[in-house]
Design a protein around this ligand. Structure first.
Ligand SMILES: *Cc1c(COP(=O)(O)O)cnc(C)c1O
Length: 229
């Protein structure tokens, strides 16, 4: 892992880039939640980021996250987001480990979450597979509305999340982010739900995502360095 002061320094740089992107698009920096994607990073790296002011962490694997949270139980005001695919058999542990599940992509999964965590309803985002890529999780854009209708009574749907197809250029990424925002606007109008959260943008493209309306960016390597293999 990187040294604690290096993590703090990189966190400061990312925060500045977020502030500049927000300013360029006449948005308030406070409207953008920085989530540190900490998969495969040791608990000490998360702790270093926390001590430098980070409060939101995103993990991909339920078991790894549960173990890390146990090691970091003293960080009481940290918020943990599940940003990786959730298998139904891990749902119970996931609802105990995370405050927000960003990767709901089927009615079956929403059912399992509600069964494990009926009250208060779990806060979730709907993961959208914008490129329709068969090897990626996420609901197709065309099926998002029926998923929202099936899941809205069971979980608290606060927005949409996406990992867009790899784009060669910033413009390519921008088109996907704009697409998610327009989809959100349409779904919010049709469902009457606010769907205020748009979780999009990672190390390579978080500034473009902010310009297109991201309210949550998930940044790993820019803060923690390359992930251990
Ligand atoms: C790993 C990961 C990120 C962060 O990716 P970086 O390129 O390291 O910033 C964001 N979102 C998800 C879902 C991830 O799995």
């Amino acid at each position: 892992m990187l040294a604690a002061d290096e993590i703090a320094h990189r966190l400061g740089e990312v925060r500045e880039r977020i502030a500049r992107a927000a300013q360029r698009s006449s948005r308030s920096t406070d409207a953008i939640c920085l989530i540190l994607a900490s998969k495969t990073q040791p608990a000490d790296a998360v702790r270093a980021a926390y001590e430098a002011g980070a409060r939101h962490f995103g993990e991909n694997y339920v078991r790894e996250a549960a173990d890390k949270r146990a090691e970091l139980a003293d960080l009481r005001d940290a918020t943990w987001h599940l940003i990786g695919h959730l298998q139904t058999n891990k749902t119970r542990l996931a609802t105990r480990t995370f405050a927000i599940i960003q990767t709901v992509d089927s009615a079956r999964l929403a059912d399992a979450i509600a069964h494990a965590h009926p009250t208060p309803p779990m806060r979730v985002l709907i993961e959208v597979n914008l490129g329709g890529e068969p090897d990626k999780s996420g609901v197709g854009a065309g099926d998002a509305e029926s998923l929202i209708e099936a899941a809205r009574a069971k979980v608290e749907i606060i927005g949409l999340m996406t990992i867009p197809p790899h784009a060669e250029s910033a413009t390519g990424a921008r088109n996907y982010f704009a697409k998610l925002r327009r989809l959100r606007d349409r779904l919010a109008a049709r469902s009457g739900l606010a769907l205020s959260e748009l979780s999009m943008g990672m190390t390579e493209d978080f500034e473009v995502a902010i310009e297109e309306g991201a309210t949550m960016v998930r940044v790993g390597r820019a803060i923690f360095g390359e992930r251990p293999k």
